[in-house]
Design a protein around this ligand. Structure first.
Ligand code: NDP
Ligand code: GDR
Length: 326
């Protein structure tokens, strides 16, 4: 039986990846950082009904000694580093924390792997945000990076550390450059979930308006369930490498809102209010990925359309809000 260790197990991707690996017969261990709010721990794992199947181990990405102890105890075959301060907007408010967790945290995991689990396969959750002010209209593994937020700068450091540890120490270290991916388990602060939750609340009469920022921004949105399979496929390759994971389609936030509101019979324009506080100091205007390498090398391609995903998210939020109301 293969053993996997997932950092960021309580996040969106950690939950879907746990579910995927459990189905494959893996023993799944998840790094859990201690929180005072113990009632919300594992809410996403619970949502998928796998909270009792994942073995949670106590540690923190910023504490190298905890990572070393965990690697010695767990002896994983595969390590997925998904933990991060992942909200781009917050990274301007907490730039040093973001650098410490999202950047140095990844280096801590790599160091622990180098010292105690050099045979294990390592996956780094890199991001399309690294392309930032895009240098090419469609971004691939060879497109130059131009990060536009403290988050993206931290991710770029983690990406290059992954490449460097592969080249310096021969680690099986892979960087997956994933474009935006969403699901009903997406954090409420991210735009898709904010919109699907807002559409549900407006439909059910709990609010009338939804405040948003730059709705002309364009993103390449896929479904997290599809994307975690790509992470696993990357670690099944003989050689470590870098892969772009994307749908290849780009859509404005405005059109994504239209899809969500139309699903509940409403017009987005009647309810969206543009508010300055939701704009960012520097914006990533457009992202569109080229997943050709992933298709050729991994046999992977996105399965869920944006419409299917947004409908699933709105339906999940309608159900959640109805439960709250009762
Ligand atoms: P989430 O924000 O949902 O999850 C982040 C996870 O990191 C949570 O489990 C969180 O724990 C954990 N974490 C944060 N700080 C620490 C710490 N100091 N020590 C240990 N764990 C910590 O992110 P996603 O699931 O959406 O994304 C997974 C990864 O992929 C992230 O690295 C993200 O930056 C990256 N990524 C995501 C994309 C997307 O579109 N979703 C696209 C490209 C990259 P807690 O629950 O306690 O807060
Ligand atoms: P992003 O996701 O920054 O791409 O990072 P987010 O959903 O936060 O923003 C997407 C775009 O929507 C615009 N936007 C708003 N965003 C939010 N959150 N709230 C709003 O009210 C709003 N109005 C407009 C943003 O300006 C932006 O252009 C996500 C994260 O998961 C990262 O961790 C990951 O690396 C990247 O995706 C790929």
């Amino acid at each position: 039986m293969k053993r996997a260790l997932i950092t960021g197990v309580t996040g969106q991707d950690g939950a879907y990846l746990s579910q995927f690996l459990l189905h494959k017969g893996y023993e799944v261990y998840g790094l859990l950082r201690r929180s005072a709010a113990s009632d919300v721990i594992g809410a996403k794992l619970r949502w998928l009904g796998i909270q009792n199947d994942v073995r949670l181990v106590d540690g923190n990405l910023t504490d190298l000694s905890s990572l070393i102890r965990i690697l010695r105890e767990v002896k994983p075959d595969e390590i997925y580093n998904l933990a991060a301060q992942s909200f781009v907007k917050s990274s301007w408010n907490q730039p040093l924390l973001t650098g410490t967790v999202t950047g140095i945290g990844a280096a801590n995991v790599l160091e622990a792997v180098r010292l105690d689990a050099p045979q294990a396969r390592f996956y780094q959750a890199s991001s399309s945000e690294m392309y930032g002010l895009v240098r090419e209209p469609v971004q691939s593994e060879t497109t130059p990076f131009y990060p536009r937020s403290p988050y993206a700068v931290a991710k770029l450091y983690a990406h290059w550390m992954t490449v460097n540890y592969r080249e310096s120490f021969g680690l099986h270290a892979t960087s997956g450059i994933l474009f935006n991916h969403e699901s009903p388990l997406r954090g409420i602060e991210f735009v898709t979930r904010k919109v699907t939750d807002g559409a549900a609340r407006i439909k059910l009469g709990l609010q009338r308006e939804l405040g948003l920022g730059n709705i002309d921004a364009r993103r390449d949105w896929g479904h997290a369930r599809d994307y975690v399979e790509a992470m696993w496929l990357m670690l099944q390759q003989d050689k470590p490498d870098d892969y772009v994971i994307a749908t290849g389609r780009t859509t404005t936030v405005r059109d994504m809102c239209r899809i969500a509101f139309e699903h509940v019979g409403l017009k987005a324009d009647d309810h969206i209010v543009i508010k300055p506080e939701f704009f960012r100091p520097a914006e990533v205007d457009i992202l569109q990925g080229n997943p050709a390498k992933a298709k050729a090398m991994l046999g992977w391609q996105a399965r869920t359309t944006l419409e299917e995903m947004i409908h699933e998210m709105v339906d999940a939020d309608l159900a959640r809000v109805r439960r709250e109301m009762n």
